[in-house]
Design a protein. Structure first.
Length: 182
């Protein structure tokens, strides 16, 4: 006859061998084939004044929660000098989209996606261009899985408008950070 201590030990052993992916849904993940999280953003993605070609960063994401009806994302410079400078803000990305290729901004975006105006005053991507001598800038890239298909935002919406529009509609999110300095 098996004692209660043996049963508890066996149950604990089984539970310790089950991986988190077997017990819960995989968390959303965001990555870029151009750089690793907290790595340096290659120069080609910077604006011309910062030595680049202003080519939009390639992004890919996985693990969208069930019920995701669209995605939205933003790239924001977190350096104190930048005061949350928006480099790219996109809404209404279809739920079947799981990546954006390099250079997608302006010409290779999913049909329903809307590129909002960045802090440079242009619709679409605006690459890193930190002021010289201010040290490394951290560019936070965050993708949001939303439970609504369409967000209603004006083209010149601010980051605060974007954040208010997704409030209460987010099913999941993932972030990476890229570093750029000139």
């Amino acid at each position: 006859m098996i004692g209660i201590a043996t049963v508890i030990f066996l149950a604990a052993t089984v539970l310790m061998t089950i991986s988190p992916s077997q017990t819960e849904a995989a968390a959303m993940q965001l990555s870029s084939p151009a750089f690793r999280d907290h790595g340096s953003i290659p120069g080609e993605y910077a604006r011309p004044a910062a030595g680049g070609h202003n080519v939009s960063i390639p992004l890919q994401w996985t693990g969208a929660p069930q019920g995701t009806k669209s995605f939205a994302f933003c790239i924001v410079d977190q350096h104190p000098v930048a005061r949350k400078w928006v480099h790219w803000m996109v809404i209404n990305i279809p739920p079947e989209t799981m990546s954006l290729p390099e250079g997608a901004s302006g010409k290779n975006m999913p049909t329903s996606a809307v590129e909002m105006r960045n802090s440079f005053g242009e619709a679409g991507y605006g690459g890193p261009q930190p002021p010289k001598g201010t040290g490394p800038h951290q560019y936070l890239i965050t993708i949001y899985a939303l439970k609504e298909s369409l967000l209603e935002l004006k083209q010149n919406a601010t980051l605060a408008d974007f954040e208010n529009a997704i409030k209460g509609k987010t099913l999941g999110e993932a972030s990476i950070t890229g570093i750029y300095e000139q």
